[in-house]
Design a protein around this ligand. Structure first.
Ligand code: SAM
Length: 674
């Protein structure tokens, strides 16, 4: 259970009373003025749990009923913890409570507050009504509000946390089971080999046996969760990939042992979760659990996969900001919108599906069926997120239309090898058809969070990224060829491929919206990439969210980085136009306060809503494609260089550099300790 560590002597409490006193002295006693003090207090408490206070938030009660609350406390990114309503000293608080409930305000966990009094309702009952002029009472009320969990959610959270912690062991257990069968069970061996061949053809020609085992585990792990926890007994019949893998698993388990027997040993992992899930009605509570499984499974069980594939959940405020920004750009620059017919939208790295789900919420209800059928697309290369995304997106559609329709826009495929792979059979004929259909669609928007080597600490981790013929050739021909840097290793990071791939994919007009590693903004090896981005696009907006722990050791990844990782992050919005082109790309840059905690960055994005709310600065790159030129000395350009590649290669005497020869000296191309 979450315990709020708060005492009457703590700073946030003292600050609260001091601010109230100040407001009083200034004669500012109306609700708008005094509620700032309570908002600060709530925010300070939220920080203990990494929760967010979203002020002035709208909540949809029913299809037709929307309420606007002073504050909504959001935990774990998407879950609503409680509501805050502020009043001033002049209001009769009890009467205000009655009024709000008459309007249908929920009684789950709501705190009504005036400078002198607090009333709290939880689980349909009033649990607190008292003066808060004394700090002890104020602390008591806040503890009640923050620590509350409805009993069923408490059980569910406990079971889900436990499951998240055990997911590593569960995976290991399944590996043991599969490996022992691979030694002794002939039918198993044949089926496994057949399945490995399909994977090699469809996903990666170099896929290892361990990775194939892992795929089977991802299926076994989630299939049961979908059936039992998400009441989706037909999942394995409805999902075209699951149908195929079911056949393999049935073949694996049919002859010498039953599937139930096979899974008996891991039964206990699921039971507590399944029991708790029976009492949960709220889909977002369960969905949140899936997101945890997504991150925990890979981070606990397959760390290298998590790194090379960038398996990390994109925070909701980033997704909201990017989707809203794309809609704004469509309206302003193209006189279109996300609902507009013909605007095909693709998330090439779908993960749990949150970008497309958010896009669906932005699309007009009447336009949604057609868009869902033909114009929303996504790819995923790992089985577990592929299942999760399919389930989430189909559920989103069901909620919006009250109708189940399979989502045919999702493909199990490696985005970077789509073209090469299309000559092959991609798992199943349906999947191949889907990939072909996506390939034939004119994509107008590419949106998503590509993988990048986020956890790789050093070269010796050896999480080498896979090589791709086409996209690697394009990076080499452009970003790499036009770079003046000597060391270009960083250009092999998958996020660089993602930019190259997306810029090529949208053809002659469209929008690319990617949240990525921010190193391309100012790192020396990315000069060629910056040059080409500016050539390929008409406008570029880069919102730097900071969090680069390596360049600023005072920062902490978990505290300051929006993904909780070590490398800096930026939201990048790139616009390519067919008509009304400007002669030069306009590049806009904004950067958030370096020392903001990640919750402050989320709150900032929520406040801005979309790119229109950001205070941009236009930047003028110099001749060397440096974007951030502030602080650089222009006269530096006039100095004689120590040496250049050109003079090194030239024959004869040297006149325009100090030295003709230069070298790196002895180096290992490894880390310092080698
Ligand atoms: C950063 S995550 C996406 C997060 C997603 N927006 C979410 O919040 O759930 C990147 C995802 O892309 C997938 N991926 C990585 N490389 C890929 C590729 N080449 N083709 C398709 N999917 C890929 C990974 O498996 C991972 O699920």
């Amino acid at each position: 259970m979450a315990i709020l560590n708060l005492k009457p002597t703590h700073k946030p409490i003292k600050l609260y009373y001091q601010s109230l006193k100040k407001f009083q002295q200034l004669g500012a006693i109306n609700e708008g003025a005094v509620k700032v003090a309570f908002a600060d207090l709530l925010t300070a408490c939220c920080q203990q749990f990494n929760w967010t206070l979203v002020q002035e938030n709208s909540i949809q009660l029913t299809k037709k009923k929307l309420i606007r609350v002073d504050g909504l406390l959001v935990r774990d990114d998407t879950l609503k913890h409680g509501i805050w309503e502020a009043k001033d000293s002049e209001d009769d608080l009890a009467k205000e409570v009655k009024n709000k409930f008459a309007k249908g305000y929920p009684k789950d966990n709501i705190i009504f507050q005036s400078p002198e009094r607090v009333i709290i309702w939880q689980g349909g009952k009033q649990v607190f009504d008292g003066e808060i002029t004394k700090p002890e009472a104020l602390v008591e009320s806040l503890k009640l509000f923050f620590e509350y969990r409805p009993p069923q959610i408490e059980n569910w959270e406990k079971a889900a946390t436990e499951f998240g912690e055990r997911v590593h062991n569960l995976g290991e257990k399944l590996v043991e089971l599969i490996q022992s069968q691979r030694k002794t069970n002939k039918k198993f061996i044949a089926a496994f080999d057949g399945f490995s061949n399909i994977c090699r053809q469809s996903i990666n020609p170099n896929i290892s046996d361990a990775a194939v085992e892992e795929m089977l585990i991802q299926h076994l792990l989630t299939e049961r969760i979908f059936r039992q926890i998400f009441d989706n007994p037909d999942f394995t019949r409805r999902n075209i990939i699951a149908v195929e893998i079911e056949k393999v698993i049935n073949a694996l388990t049919s002859k010498s042992f039953s599937r139930n027997h096979f899974l008996e040993e891991v039964d206990y992992f699921y039971l507590a979760l399944e029991e708790a899930a029976k009492t949960i009605k709220d889909y977002s509570e369960k969905q949140h659990f899936l997101n945890t499984v997504y991150e925990k499974f890979f981070q606990g069980f397959a760390v290298k996969v998590a790194d090379t594939h960038g398996i990390v959940y994109t925070p909701q405020s980033i997704v909201d900001f990017m989707v809203k920004s794309v809609d704004e750009i469509l309206k302003k620059e193209f006189k279109k919108s996300l609902s507009h017919k013909g605007v095909h939208i693709l998330d090439p790295f779908v993960g749990t599906g949150n970008f497309l789900m958010r896009v669906m919420r932005e699309i007009r209800k009447t336009a949604l069926p057609d868009k869902y059928k033909d114009e929303l697309h996504c790819n995923e290369v790992m089985l577990l997120p592929y299942y999760i995304a399919a389930m989430n997106i189909e559920h989103e559609y069901l909620e919006a239309t009250r109708k189940y329709e399979p989502f045919e826009g999702i493909c199990l495929v490696d985005t970077f090898s789509v073209q090469e792979a299309l000559q092959l059979d991609l798992f199943t004929p349906e999947n191949t058809q889907r990939v072909q259909r996506q390939q034939d669609s004119e994509i107008f928007v590419v949106i998503g969070n590509p993988p990048y080597n986020a956890w790789q600490q050093n070269e010796n981790d050896n999480n080498k990224n896979r090589k791709y013929e086409e996209v690697d050739r394009r990076v080499a021909q452009t970003y790499s060829k036009d770079s003046k840097a000597t060391n270009k290793v960083s250009l092999s990071d998958p996020y660089v491929k993602a930019f190259r791939w997306a810029a090529d994919r949208i053809k002659d007009e469209g929008i690319v919206a990617l949240v990525t590693n921010s190193s391309f903004i100012d790192n020396i090896a990315f000069d060629g990439m910056r040059q080409h981005l500016a050539q390929d696009f008409d406008a570029i907006y880069v919102l730097d969210l900071g969090g680069n722990v390596r360049t600023n050791p005072k920062l902490s990844g978990t505290t300051h980085n929006v993904f909780g990782i070590q490398v800096g992050v930026s939201i990048n919005l790139l616009i390519k136009k067919k008509e009304g082109k400007k002669s030069q790309c306009q590049i806009y840059h904004a950067v958030v306060d370096e020392f903001w905690r990640k919750e402050e960055k989320y709150a900032y994005l929520e406040k801005c809503q979309h790119l229109g709310g950001v205070d941009w600065e236009e930047i003028k790159p110099d001749k060397k494609n440096t974007w951030l030129t502030a602080g650089l000395q222009a006269e530096f350009e006039t100095f004689i260089p120590m040496g250049t590649k050109e003079t090194k290669a030239a024959k004869g005497e040297v006149t325009d550099t100090i030295f003709k020869l230069f070298s790196n000296g002895v180096k290992t191309n490894r880390d310092v300790w080698v």
